[in-house]
Ligand binder design. Structure first.
Ligand code: WQD
Length: 349
C-alpha cells in the first residue's frame, strides 16, 4: 500500500486530509510535534475511518529524528507538508520563530527526500502570497505581492525554495503547491475540527465560540471598507473539500500526470463572502444568533480576495462541493461537541 507522510497531520487541515487519504486507500504516517494540536486527533481519525494512522511525535526541525522516520517507513511515495506556524499576528511579534519553524522545517524535508527516493511533495501554501490582488478573482498567474507579515513571507520563501530545488535538477523532485483561501468548518462526523489555542484569531471559530457563550460578542473589524456591506470579503473553503484537493494532488503525482515539475493551484470556492454575510449564513443555518459589535479595522487585513478556481476545477478535476450552510452546521456541531467535552471535564475536576 502506498504510504503518504503528512507533517502537521494532527492539525486542523492535516487531520481532515489524513481522513480523506485513508478513505482513498493510502497508508498514512503523521509527523507532528503537537505544538498546536492534540494527540486526541489520532483516536478521532481512527473513529472516523476505522484505521489508526502511524504517528511520530516529532518536530520537523529535528533533522536526525526525521531521518530515522524516513528510514523506518520504506514505502513513502509522497509527502504533504502542513507543519508550520500560521498565526499572522503572532508572526509579526515573533518573526524568527516563524522563519526558523516554517522555512527550516521545509528545508529538512526537502533535504531528506532524495536520500530515500521520495520524489513527490505537496506543499500547503496560502492565498496570502497574493496580498491585495489588483484584479479579482485571483488566478495562479496573479502577481505575488510583497508579504504583509512574516507568516505570509515564509509561504513565499518556501514556494521559492521548492521552485529552485525542482528547477535545479539536483534531485528528481516534483511538487504541487496548493494555495488555500480561508479554510472553515469541520468534519460532518463531529469528530475533528478547528481547535484554536486560546482566543481565536480566525472568524469562524470566534463566531462559534460566541454562539456557544464562550465569548461575549463577535467584534467585526470594520464595516467601512469599499465592499457592498462595508465588511471584508474572503473565499471561505470547506475544510473537507480542501482535504480532498490534497488527495487529488497526491494521486496526480503518483500517476505521473503532472504537466510541469511544479504546479500551483488556487483551492477556493471562487465566491467572495463578506464577514456579515458569513455571520448571517451561520445564524440561518443554525438558528443561533451571534452577538456582535462593529469595532475598528484590524491592521493588515486584506479588503477583498477570492479565487478563480478554474485551474483546479479543470486540471485537477477538483471542485468545492459543500454548501455554505452545511459547513456552518458542521462548524456548530463541532463547537458543541468540543464545548460539551470541556464542560464534562470541568465537571470531573
Ligand atoms: C477573515 C475576516 C477579519 C475575526 C488568515 C490568514 C490566512 C489563513 C486564514 C493560515 C477578516 C474578520 C476575523 C474576528 C472579524 N491562515 N474577522 N472578527 O485574516 O482572511 O486569513 O487566516 O493559512 O493566511 O491570513 O482570516 O478568519 O482571521 O479573518 O471581523 O474576530 O474576518 O477582519 O476580514 P484571514 P480571518
Amino acid at each position: 500500500m502506498d504510504q503518504v507522510l503528512v507533517t502537521g497531520g494532527t492539525g486542523f487541515i492535516g487531520s481532515h486530509t489524513v481522513v480523506e487519504l485513508q478513505n482513498a486507500g493510502y497508508e498514512v504516517i503523521i509527523v507532528d510535534n503537537l505544538s498546536n494540536s492534540s494527540i486526541d486527533s489520532i483516536s478521532r481519525i481512527e473513529r472516523i475511518t476505522g484505521i489508526k494512522p502511524h504517528f511520530e511525535n516529532l518536530d520537523c526541525l529535528d533533522y536526525v529524528g526525521l531521518d530515522h522516520v524516513f528510514a523506518k517507513y520504506e514505502d513513502i511515495k509522497a509527502i504533504i507538508h502542513f507543519a508550520a506556524s500560521k498565526a499572522v499576528g503572532e508572526s509579526v511579534q515573533k518573526p524568527i520563530l516563524y522563519y526558523r519553524n516554517n522555512v527550516n522545517g521545509l528545508m529538512n524535508i526537502i533535504d531528506l527526500m532524495p536520500l530515500y527516493g521520495i520524489k513527490h511533495l505537496v506543499f500547503s501554501s496560502s492565498c496570502t502570497v497574493y496580498g491585495q490582488p489588483d484584479t479579482l478573482p485571483v488566478t495562479e498567474s496573479s502577481p505575488i505581492k510583497p508579504a504583509t507579515s512574516p507568516y505570509g513571507n515564509t509561504k513565499q520563501i518556501c514556494e521559492e525554495i521548492i521552485r529552485d530545488v525542482v528547477h535545479s535538477g539536483s534531485c528528481d523532485m516534483r511538487s504541487i503547491v496548493l494555495r488555500y483561501f480561508n479554510p472553515i468548518g469541520a468534519h460532518p462526523s463531529g469528530e475533528i475540527g478547528e481547535l484554536p489555542v486560546g482566543v481565536p484569531n480566525n472568524l469562524v471559530p470566534y463566531i462559534t465560540q460566541t454562539a456557544i457563550g464562550m465569548r461575549e460578542e463577535l467584534r467585526i473589524f470594520g464595516d467601512d471598507y469599499d465592499t457592498p456591506d462595508g465588511t471584508c470579503i474572503r473565499d471561505y473553503i470547506d475544510v473537507v473539500d480542501l482535504a480532498k484537493a490534497h488527495v487529488v494532488a497526491v494521486k496526480r503525482m503518483l500517476e505521473e500526470k503532472q504537466e510541469e515539475p511544479i504546479e500551483y493551484f488556487n483551492i477556493g470556492t471562487g465566491k467572495g463572502i463578506s464577514v456579515l454575510e458569513l455571520v448571517h449564513a451561520f445564524e440561518k443555518a443554525t438558528g443561533v444568533k451571534v452577538a456582535r459589535r462593529v469595532v475598528g479595522r484590524r491592521e493588515g487585513d486584506i479588503v477583498k480576495v477570492w479565487a478563480d478556481a478554474t485551474k483546479a476545477n479543470n486540471v485537477l478535476g477538483w471542485h468545492a462541493e459543500t454548501p455554505l450552510d452545511e459547513t456552518m452546521k458542521n462548524a456548530w456541531k463541532w463547537e458543541q461537541k468540543v464545548h460539551g467535552e470541556t464542560e464534562k471535564k470541568k465537571g470531573k475536576e
